[in-house]
Design a protein around this ligand. Sequence first.
Ligand code: ZN
Length: 199
Amino acid sequence: MMPNIPAEVGEGSRRRVLQFFLANLKTIVTSDQIRRAAGSSEWARRLRELRDDFGYRILSHKDRRDLKPGQYLLVTDIRDPVLPRNISKETRAFVLERNGYTCQMCGLAAGDLDPLHPGQKIRLTMGHIIDRSKGGTDTPENLRAACTNCNEGLQNIAPPKPARIELLKQVRRATIADQLHLLQWLEKKYGKIKPTDAS
Ligand SMILES: [Zn+2]
């Protein structure tokens, strides 16, 4: 018998994602399967809500070594107590601005085309540097802008930051139009916030 689904989960794609996980309890499922079950491109956000707001222990490769990126596992239908979310609107805005509205893992910016979801644009969310499950807090020091793909571990890349000379080489070879675009972007970013760490 299927375990009960809390009424707060609602009727939409979040419920379908949960139903799918409950029907596949203790079985490794893939992002493609979840997307199909959700019938929505928003499945990753729904999954995150089920985990963070409803306490379902949905594990990913971040939690278990034997899981690959894009694989998920609900280990039990017993929900964990949910930690209150303490990220205020102000904190969120501060972190996004500090990070230049750019994913700190892959470098894509809010509104860029999403390479994994054709036709969609990159959405940024709050990523924790030290995970909440490991005691990380919701303070700006422990938060960074992360796109939903990186935050869900869909892109298994966190490339090292480019060396300054490599970056300059790229910029110098770019078209004037692209250099001016970069200038605009930098002005927008640093017009308001002065970098305190100029290293
Ligand atoms: Zn990213």
